[in-house]
Design a protein around this ligand. Structure first.
Ligand code: GLC
Length: 730
């Protein structure tokens, strides 16, 4: 009896204590997110709310373009930090201060640029698009998310989905090329890879679509510059990947540095609120780019920081990255009734919502595990993606793959024994030592039966020709020359604009001298942008575009040169013949005089079009068959094409399905990519590829405010070398 009375006393007293100090609704993980958000918001002071709208940095900033904002410390209740470190213990210490030394215990959101890998660096995004394998890209992003999460990161500033058609612009390396649909598909794949099935999953991190919007139109390829984006091209080209990414559930977006035809991206109410929030219903938040709020002054739309804060915040930028403009000005603007509390509360709710969805209130700390990086399965994904991203651009006389008759390979060039530049820009915590050199990769692949004779030949740039003679001598005693040319990793990425996309003359000079030996030349390119190859292409018998392939790139290249892997990449960006042709891209408008308007001094065609890529085998496309020659607007059209592999190797083929349109109320590009599929086809085998065309999705076009129009008339469907006409009727 005594025991029961004791238990009863305990239970009653527990209830009394609970009633006196109830667990706040926002701390109850079984409560729906929106109730937790609302409950927490009403408990917050104005100062606490404004802190959530602010992001500072912690750790050693590894981006040389963004110095000058490092603070000695930051408030315990700050909304977010860019975490440049990778130590989960330190990160947890900082988080603990927020959880236990602030009044409400709101967790900090730790962000970082995990662009193409955290430590297991895989190919740059421009290369990934050439794989036409979004499922594999999603796997790679999931690897990056896990390595980042275990290093204290909850949020990546990725994917970058800025359609880019000016390869002088260094950031062309960070997106998925020149085509809106391609950027949409790979942007969505990246969002799914990072965010998993739900944000609160153990290894999920929040994605960030960037740089919203039109940044790729930077005038003259000069980074941070004005972008003259017409309302029509805003919708036709630049909005496409962002609409897809938002609909795929991307948690956040980042507003860009660029001025969009007079209204900067970081102060643009039309893009940031009318479209993103009101029309697309995005309920996450927008973070500014680094200092892009303060930069509104330089861009001539704000006289001072206070006006910059007003314009950015009221346009729809919720979080201010590192320049402290919001923390120093929002309170004044509220007092002056220029910023309503309703806008403050909406912005804070958006940030809290993502923190709750990530599970940060319930699991604020990073688990401490040992084996975080470079796991075998992670490296395998990186190698597969590198191999599938590489593009065979030329293969005269089947010089490739290098067969058993080859007893001596001359491996030459400034990239042949290089490690760091193979990682590319934005390589996060990638370590050059993790990247095997091409020399090591080829030695492993061929070393048993073939002698590799190495000579550097020349540096990546400069005028020193003293190494060329040795390279020529090495070439003369070998059966084939593999010459590895390319760019430094910092020649692309942020603030890396170049006036020419040609390689330095010293590299061309090396190949010219090697050509005199009469030996077959295989040119391997390591670069982050399309290159001007007009002088190099005739000198090479084979050309492999390797891009900046990451830690497993050399093994991937070696597997292609040996024929163990049949190259399957196709370009996601056009290679101009020369810099002078820029901009040139596949989905241009038709000229008024197609028969004229040519360059007087060079061809008007590029060297390689978007979608170009060779295989070691031969794929033959049958004529396209369609389910009907006439369809109504509410009727789908099924198109099929059979592809036969009549070459000597199995291989993967990507069928790119394009449409081209009749005369319309708004002129249409000469053709537009609407679907693609990649499949492996065995030797002698055939595969039927199918495209289920939906008229509203695939045949409509936007006007200058994004309204879709679908107009009856004749259309063509194109795939490979095949084309078929069908009619859309009302
Ligand atoms: C940089 C870049 C942006 C990056 C951000 C944080 O300036 O423009 O892509 O995510 O700052 O590092």
């Amino acid at each position: 009896m005594k025991y029961f009375s004791l238990l009863a006393v305990l239970l009653v007293s527990q209830q009394v204590i609970a009633n006196r100090n109830p667990v706040p609704v926002y701390k109850n993980k079984n409560t729906p997110t929106e109730l937790r958000v609302t409950d927490l918001l009403k408990r917050m002071t104005l100062d606490e709310k404004i802190l959530q709208l602010n992001q500072q940095t912690v750790g050693d900033n590894n981006n040389p373009n963004n110095k000058g904002y490092k603070k000695p410390d930051f408030p315990a209740g700050i909304g977010s930090l860019i975490y440049f470190g990778s130590d989960p213990v330190f990160r947890n210490t900082v988080q603990k201060r927020a959880m236990e030394e602030t009044r409400l215990g709101i967790p900090i959101l730790f962000g970082y640029d995990v662009i193409h890998g955290f430590r297991t660096v895989y190919p740059i995004s421009l290369a990934q698009g050439c794989s036409w394998n979004p499922a594999l890209v999603a796997q790679a992003c999931a690897v990056a998310a896990k390595e980042a999460k275990l290093s204290g990161i909850d949020w990546t500033f990725s994917p970058m989905i800025d359609v880019a058609r000016d390869p002088r612009w260094g950031r062309v390396a960070e997106g998925y090329g020149e085509d809106p649909y391609t950027n949409a598909i790979f942007g969505v794949a990246s969002v799914k890879g990072y965010q998993g099935s739900k944000l609160s999953d153990t290894y999920s991190i929040a994605a960030c679509l960037k740089h919203y919007i039109g940044y790729g139109m930077s005038e003259g390829g000069r980074d941070y510059h004005y972008s003259d984006v017409s309302a029509q091209s805003l919708w036709e080209t630049y909005m496409v990947p962002y609409e897809a990414g938002v609909k795929a559930g991307a948690a956040t977006l980042m507003s860009g540095f660029n001025d969009i035809s007079g209204i900067p991206a970081s102060a643009n109410p039309y893009t940031l609120t009318k479209i993103l929030k009101e029309r697309w219903g995005h309920d996450g938040f927008v973070v500014s780019d680094w200092g892009s709020v303060e930069q509104l002054i330089a861009q001539g739309v704000a006289n001072d920081r206070k006006e910059a804060a007003l314009k950015a915040f009221m346009a729809g930028v919720e979080m201010d990255m590192v320049d402290d403009v919001y923390t120093q000005n929002l309170k004044k603007l509220i007092a002056e009734k220029k910023v309503p509390m309703s806008r403050i509360d909406d912005a804070v709710k958006r940030i809290l919502r993502i923190k709750f969805r990530l599970g940060l209130f319930d699991n604020p700390y990073t688990p401490i595990v040992d084996q975080r990086y470079l796991q075998p399965e992670s490296k395998a994904i990186a190698q597969n993606l590198a191999a599938e991203s590489m593009v065979l651009l030329k293969n005269d006389r089947h010089v490739l793959p290098l067969n058993d008759h080859i007893k001596q390979i001359a491996l030459i060039g400034p990239l042949a024994k290089n490690q760091a530049d193979l990682l590319g820009n934005w390589a996060a915590h990638g370590d050059a030592a993790d990247a095997e050199t091409i020399l090591d990769g080829l030695t492993k692949e061929f070393g048993q039966s073939t002698q590799i004779n190495y000579a550097k030949g020349c540096e990546i740039d400069g005028e020193d020709e003293s190494g060329i003679d040795e390279a020529v001598a090495v070439a003369k005693k070998s059966d084939v020359i593999v010459v590895c040319l390319g760019e430094r990793k910092n020649w692309t990425g942020e603030n890396a604009s170049r006036s020419t996309i040609a390689l330095p003359a010293i590299q061309e000079k090396l190949v010219k001298e090697l050509k005199k030996t009469g030996k077959p030349i295989v040119l391997v390119l390591t670069n982050g942008r399309p290159l001007e190859l007009v002088r190099l292409e005739p000198l090479a018998d084979a050309i492999v575009e390797m891009w900046q392939p990451g830690v497993e790139g050399s093994a991937a290249l070696a597997s292609i040169l040996s024929g163990r892997v049949n190259p399957s990449g196709k370009l996601d960006i056009t290679f101009p013949l020369t810099t002078g042709q820029i901009p040139i891209y596949y989905d241009m408008r038709q000229s008024a005089r197609p028969y004229a308007g040519k360059y007087q001094d060079i061809s008007t065609d590029p060297l390689y079009w978007f979608g170009y890529g060779l295989s070691y085998t031969n794929f033959v496309y049958s004529p396209i068959s369609i389910s009907a020659v006439k369809i109504h607007k509410n009727q789908k059209l099924t198109a099929t094409i059979e592809v036969a592999n009549n070459g000597g190797l199995k291989g993967k083929e990507t069928v790119l399905w394009y449409i081209s349109s009749h005369a319309s109320s708004i002129s249409r590009p000469v053709k537009e990519l609407k679907y693609f599929e990649k499949e492996e086809i065995n030797i002698g085998g055939k595969r039927v590829f199918k495209f289920e065309l939906d008229p509203y999705r695939d045949l409509s076009f936007p006007d200058a405010d994004g309204k879709r129009h679908l107009e009856a008339g004749d259309f063509y469907l194109l795939a490979g070398n095949q084309k078929i006409k069908f009619e859309l009727i009302d």
